[in-house]
Design a protein around this ligand. Sequence first.
Ligand SMILES: [Ca+2]
Ligand SMILES: [Ca+2]
Length: 210
Amino acid sequence: MAATVMFVAGCLAAALGGARPAEAVVLINEVLANPGGLDANEDGTPHIFQDEFVELVNPSNDPFTLTGWTLSDGVGSRHVFAPGTSISAGGLLVVFGGGNPAAIPNALKASTGTLGLNNTGDTVSLRDATDTLIDLLLYTAAQVVPGESLTRFPDALGPFTRHLTVSTHPFSPGTTTDGSPQLPTPEPATLWLMGVGLLGAATFRRHRHS
Ligand SMILES: [Ca+2]
Ligand SMILES: [Ca+2]
């Protein structure tokens, strides 16, 4: 019986290890401060300010509405999220400095017309509608590589790292580092592992009683 308990516990631990924290709030997930002549918003025009972006991620299992939330650089507020702006469960949302990011999934343009991300270092902060700080990225000039973003890896969970160290692409606005529109969903694996655990326990019991 002890072996059965340990087997099931191990499966549950493995399943929980890959689960998203249900209580997590929206986070800053990726920042491109220096587009480096690349057309990150895919509007056909490389632009030193318009192609800057800040990507957010919602690691929770429920959609989240960002009404009145703000994105700021070291100077002040650069974007206010319009009423009803939502980010899906496990989804991403990206704010570009400007241009026409129509080809990018879940993309917006900064409401002030710029994100103002300095190449020499800056702070990017996400605040809720009551101006409470939710997430902050402080980067230095040494971390800014032209044409390459800083991204959390794994998406939503890990620390910030250079995008090309975890991907063959220099950035991934609106998607995870591997190009998915959603964070990986642990539910099917969780159910599968729990199923294996229960099957294992049932088999073990049958053998004991036979
Ligand atoms: Ca562009
Ligand atoms: Ca991304």
